[in-house]
Every structure is written in C-alpha cells, then in structure tokens.
Design a binder for this molecule. Sequence first.
Ligand SMILES: [Cu+2]
Length: 484
Amino acid sequence: MSMTPAPDHPAPDRRPGFRLGRWTAALNGFLPAISAALALGLIVGLLMVSASPGGHGGTLASAEGGSSSAGGAALPGKGKKVTLDFEEGDMYIKPNKVTVPAGADVTVNVVNKGSMAHTLSLLGKTNKQLQPGESETQHWGVLTESTQAWCVVAGHKDAGMLVEVTVTGGESGATAAATGAGAPAAAAADGGNAKIDPAAKPGDGWKAFDPTAPVNDGKDVHEVTFTVTEKEIEVAPGVKQVRWTYNGTAPGPTLRGDVGDTFRIKLINKGSMGHSIDFHASKVAPNVEMRTIKPGETLVYEFKAQFSGIFTYHCGSDPMIYHMGNGMHGAVIVDPPKLDKVDKELVLVQSELYLGPQGKPADLKKMMSGQYDAVVFNGYHNQYVHAPIKVKPGDRVRVWLDDGGPNENIAFHVVGTIFDTVWKDGAYRVRKDNAEKGGAQVLDLQPTQGGFVEFTLPDAGTYAFLGHKMQNMAAGGVGVFQVG
Ligand SMILES: [Cu+2]
C-alpha cells in the first residue's frame, strides 16, 4: 500500500475542508492498491478455474450400437445412434463427463431437477430454457471431435454447470480433447469481467440513490407491490451489471411502519427464473411465504410486525448468495415506540459487488470466495463521494443502517463526530444524555444485522462516513456529509 490512511484523531488542524482533504488523500492513496487487488483477483480466479472442478463424474446412460473396432479411415461411431441423459440442478449437470465414439449421431435428454431455470447448450449455442421440473430432447447431431456443453444462463457455467464431451476415435480426437479440457476453461477464467476505475466520474445524467428514509405514514396496514425484474443498472461510473431487483432498484425500496402494523406485500415475478422474498421482520412459515415462484407467478406475503428494528429482506431462492449478491435485498424499518425526533433521517444499505462481465449479472464464483470488487452504500461505488449528502450545521441526524452482505460486515463510523445514540438489535446501546456520558465511535453489524446511530455535525465542513474495516473503505465503502 503506497499510503497509510491518516489516523482519525490527529492534529489540531481546524481548516474547513481539512477532514475531506485528508480522506480524499487516503482514497487516492488506495487507488494503486485497488488496481493491484483487482489484478490479484484475476490471477486467483484464473488459478481457481484452471483447477479441475471434480464432482459428478459419470458415463453416458445409454448407447445403442456402441463402438465398432477402430481401424482404417472409418469413424468408430459412424452410423450409430447415441442417447445421453443429463440431469440439471443448482448448480450442476450430471454426468459432467461423457464419452462418445466419433461419428455417432448424438441425441440428448435433459431434465431440470433444480429450483431455477437452466439452459443446457452444446458449445454455448442458444437453446430452450427449462423451468424447474421441465425436460426436453436435444439433437446434437454427429460429433467428430471432443467438445463441451454448458448452461448458458449467466454465471451458471462458472458455477460448475459444464459437461466435457470426449469423442474417441476421431481423426483429431486427441488434440480436440486436450483443447476441450484446457483452452475454454482458461478463457472462462478471465471471463472478461467488468472493472471499476476508481478515478472515473459518473456521467451527466447520473443520479444518486436517494438516501432519505421514508416517513412513517402512521397507517396500520402497509400494502406494497414488489415486482421482480432483471435489469441493467450502473453500479460504478461506466460499469453496468444486470441486477436482480425488487421494483427496479438494488437495494430495493425501504418499507416503514410501527410495531403491530400489518405488511402485505404482493410479489410479482417478472424475471426469467424463480425468485422469492424473505422478510426478517416477520415470523411466518418459510415454506409458505418464502416459497420460490416461477416467472409470471405472484404471491402475497403478509406479516404483522411484532418487533422493532431495521430488518433485512432478501430473495431466498437457490443459490441464495447469488440472488442476494445480484441485488435482491432491502430493509424494513419497524420504529421502536417513542422514537426521538431528529432533523434528518437517512437509510444506508451496505453490500458488496462481485462484477461479472459488462452488462451481465455478478460473478458467482467471486461471491463464493468473497472476492468482491467493491463494497458500496445503496448499490453504487463511492456513491456519496460523487454526490455528498447535505446536512445543516447542528442538525440532529439519524442514520439507519442495514448490512445486506452477502458476506461483509461493517464498522460504521463518521469521521469527526461521536455517536451520542446507538441502537442495535432492538435496544439502545448508548442513548443521548445518558448518566455515564457514554458515546460510541462505531456501529458494528454482521450481514443482515441492522441498527441506527444519531449524531450532530456542529461545524461546517466535509465529514467522511465509512466502514472502518479499511479494506472495505478502500473498495468504495465511503461517503461524505457536506455540512453548510
Ligand atoms: Cu431471486
């Protein structure tokens, strides 16, 4: 690392802008480190993909005819018909290694036993998408050299849904088999994943995700429609990913009410695969309310808020890390009784980005190994550095915080102030005017934990807020309060 971030409580420098200057300098110092980390991530990814995935070995299920004695120019499978049976699941194809004689005419039966849609395709050609429980027959035709088939749904191949098809006895069989085993895997390892340029600025039309907390409207019943869509969203300047969303944003909308209120959410799946929702604010039967619904289906998830807190909601469909990591999470605020009045209320949801290729969903393999590209507030890299949050001097500020993960924690800190109030997991840790005169420097949260902090920023200036786990701050987990 080329520069050590300055400590939090240093010299008596009171110049306006000093605080931001210090943290901006620290940020700039991190840029080379971020580049190095990205490069390292690529190398590690390459090594991981190059390694054999193992698992589900198998043979072809049935072969009519079989191979004749090889010899001469005749292909051993010439004139033969071969049928292969494949089972798809989340995230595998069984068997994942098959052998067929060169020249054979290959037909394939596929059944999807998973909970998501899958699309098995020879050499990645577009094919019919199978919903859970569906099956189909594909005609692959005459194969003369070794090849591969995989699930072309974004991310599934990298997650392991790949079949090696070894063709024996062909004229170029040995060469083709070697190529089939090596070269495509190396290409997939690079994957052409998008990269964040920490120095880039958002374009003219860009608008920050509004961090303002919704007002508690005082109603006893909250009826909301959540429509699931899979859409392209910018997550850093120039970097677009297909995010899986509730109502078109990642994170999804923040809901708010009181203890005793009823929340009735109509979930509509307009995506291309099964999705669901799990409200941590609820006590319900998971197999009923949290069930996965297919594209085009709808469910109504109703619960009565029995406990106060800021609770995560998220898609619980398999693989859950993939749905959460693609943006399917958000927060429900259930106000504690007699919540103090403040001047400004904000909601920040932290999550990580695991970039897939430009315009594609996130990279599941990176998620599984925790190799994030960025840690972000409200879904965009350095969002509130690009668009500082304005606060009036002396205003009392409450920040509701939810850690949407899927993997990282947060030690939330505001440079240049102390939290006089911290509320976490349903209770005050510190409350204004307490007898002990206690204050807090950090609100610490694990994935899907939530709480709030209250503080004032008395002097005009620029105050950074961040996750004080420094590698996360360096990866975008930072923003700015602009005071005065
Ligand atoms: Cu989902």
